[in-house]
Ligand binder design. Sequence first.
Ligand code: AOF
Ligand code: ZN
Length: 342
Amino acid sequence: MAGNGTASISAAERSAMARARELALLGPRGVNPQVGAVILSPDGRVLAEGWHRGAGTPHAEVDALSKLAPGEARGATAVVTLEPCNHTGRTGPCAVALLEAGVARVVHAAADPGEASSGGAARLAVAGVEVERLDEAEGEALIADWLFVQRTGRPRVTVKWAQSLDGRAAAADGSSRWITGPEARAHVHRERSAHDAIAVGTGTVLADDPKLTARIPGVDDAPQPLPVVFGERDIPAAAALRAHPRGLRTAGRDIEAELRALAADGIQSLYVEGGPTLASAFIRAGLADRFTIYLAPTLLGGPRTAIDAIGVGTIDEQRRLAVTRLEQLGRDLLVEATTESE
Ligand code: AOF
Ligand code: ZN
């Protein structure tokens, strides 16, 4: 590759990369990454912008090039949030499209991790194009969940619960509305909206009749996650979930297989909302990556622990987590944690 330093990156290229990240977010989350591209003239003017609109549609670089007249990209610089691909998938290789357009320089952020698709930067460099890396960390953060799916073959899983200080999620009769205050519950809605899908067990559907929509005050078009109901029991015809704007998906016992199927359908992140049986099953199977736990300053006592057994029979088997965030939300505490292996 022509270089890894940043000394030769211009101010115009830096601002084009920031713009390319904004453009990337105009595209949908799905089986493909969100990618943005800006084409700059040799003197740093923006010639064209592009972004990827999902699997089967042109890649960001090709989208940007398509807005130019023949020959207009000759000698230009392409600034892209992801390394241009090197494979023929649903579309042709972007590295070749850039070469054919006569682009002289490519500045990209994240590397393409794909076995077949990677190598675009090397191919361009071999053909005499200058290739530079810029904002690699930001580029990876932009597609962190997609990169996780590429690495693991499944969505990134966040398990959430609310509990009393003594670790209970309900009173002895099962009633649980509400343990936490309004600030913590508002936070849950933002978390829902930040995930591609929400998982609940049929037990929670029957007990709580949740809507599982993301309701954020002042935001009418908050992204709505796909509800996924795990379990064997039937979902009542009158369940509120049946009115969900995304429809609903049912899932069987094999969590790992269900997660692979969700990833194949473009679900990059899953929010596991309830209840104790489902949360425990994910944790027991080693399929919980992140935890958001709301701690309410209240005591419930009794048998209704926040999660059930997770296969820890002796202390050597405890599941240690690393706390990544601690925040007070109204009267409650939010603890975010992650598995150390993540
Ligand atoms: C790019 N620019 O805008 C995107 C890239 O099946 P395809 O043809 O859509 O290829 C999908 C793969 O291409 C995807 O897994 C990733 O490696 C890369 N995505 N590459 O140069 C883009 N979206
Ligand atoms: Zn491509």
